[in-house]
Design a protein around this ligand. Sequence first.
Ligand SMILES: Cc1cc2nc3c(=O)[nH]c(=O)nc-3n(C[C@H](O)[C@H](O)[C@H](O)COP(=O)(O)OP(=O)(O)OC[C@H]3O[C@@H](n4cnc5c(N)ncnc54)[C@H](O)[C@@H]3O)c2cc1C
Length: 488
Amino acid sequence: MKRRVAIVGAGISGLACALRLHAIDPNLEIVVFEREGRVGGKILTERIDGFTVEAGPDAFLASKRGGLSLSRELGLEERMVSPVPKHRRSFVLSRGRLVALPQGLSGLVPSELKPILRSRLLTPAGKVRLTMDLVIPPRTAIEDESLATFIRRRLGTETYERMIEPLLSGIYAGDGERLSLAATFPQLRASELTHGGIIKGAVAQNQERASRDPAQSPRTGFLSFETGMSEIVDRALDVAKRNGVRFVLGADCSRVRAEPGGQPGYRLAVSRGGEDQVESFDGLVIAVPAWAAVPLLRDTVPGAASVLARFEHVSNALIVIAFPESQLTRPLHGYGYVVPRVEQRDVMAMTWVSSKWTGRAPEGQVLIRAFVGRAGQTAALEGNDESLVQLTLRELKEVLRLDVVPTITRVYRWNRGMPQYNMGHLDRVNRVETELARTPNMELAGNYLHGVGIPDCIVSGEAAAANLLADFREQARQASVPASPVAN
Ligand SMILES: Cc1cc2nc3c(=O)[nH]c(=O)nc-3n(C[C@H](O)[C@H](O)[C@H](O)COP(=O)(O)OP(=O)(O)OC[C@H]3O[C@@H](n4cnc5c(N)ncnc54)[C@H](O)[C@@H]3O)c2cc1C
């Protein structure tokens, strides 16, 4: 008999899970339920009047496990594109002016000192304090600390506020004072312990990379696809459908109950087009945001539901504006800029899309994206879409001295879109996973568990598939073991 598996949520986590389930066991009957009328979740590329507009992520990290491998499995290797190399630099808004982010930053932290010491981003005192990382002994206490505390301790307050904080805001839309070091950048703590400091660790890593045969070196940097991030979603959907996976769109899953009478499996309540129905499945993967998983887990795994209800999320909005190139007063040579929290502005980052990527705007047009909303700075989101467009036009005027008349404008809102990996995150995830490990045939996947990036989500979906099938195998094994003879 075919086992039936339901996946709730068709974001990249759910899609990766569906593909992996079929790859491991082609005999499964897999059904994916998705609340929206489309698959992809936060990944959405729109084509508007010749522009390619990313409403959510615009790239993924090549070096992280998951993204590249799935792209290759889906035959997308030839479709992958990198940002335009000749514009490869980014800026930081510092005391009202754009200052180039120094070269030699490896991830979040410096791996070369010279460019930082030459940069105008830090004051001489800030630079001296940063180099003290080379001599400050490692902290011996083993408890976790916030990212802000750690970076301040090693590199100083100025480096944290002016250089590191805006970069990590760009990843988590979070507050460094609350983000957990262990849950976000454990490799930095490992550098401190192994090499004696962040800079020494980054330098050692660079040397190790340089010593490798370039042909063997893994791909690095950011990647997208020729026509945008939706390519990976569209291809995953095609392949999954060809493999017999069924997608039910516009299907809002509201509740999960265990099969009655101690039977294995679950009953999933689904509303679709005003109709409610309940379907039975042998296994279930819940691949939705943490807050959306709470009602689904409440009846079957209440302990996990109550921990998930405490996960914090931040809302944000992405404002897209295009305008004729003739309105530029100078070329936008770069990928864009980030804005430190201390600058106290509503826009936290801006990408100059048409400079960063080829073919995203028609000839003679400029395309930009502005990000609004991060932990503790979400007041601007209360305004309507027009106010967000006006805010971005003001930003263009004040920072880039551009008075533009837009060709197109779009606002994409991501309500509770970014999970916050705050202090205690690893403990909370551990508690949720322990509860789920005791619940057979049910798995979780998503961006709130072990990383927010697309590669992390893919890995989480694939791991959920492997764990679910391990449960099935264990049950089959137990069923085939003859009952032990009753001792007399
Ligand atoms: C603005 C923005 C920019 C980003 N930029 C990047 C970037 O450049 N690079 C990067 O790697 N990452 C980026 N991220 C993060 C990354 O995009 C997300 O973490 C990832 O796409 C989440 O995938 P997911 O499948 O876990 O969740 P989602 O994409 O949220 O998918 C979950 C799906 O579940 C559905 N769902 C929810 N509840 C139910 C229910 N009850 N019944 C049925 N369906 C339900 C939802 O409709 C949704 O489709 C960005 C995120 C945002 C918001």
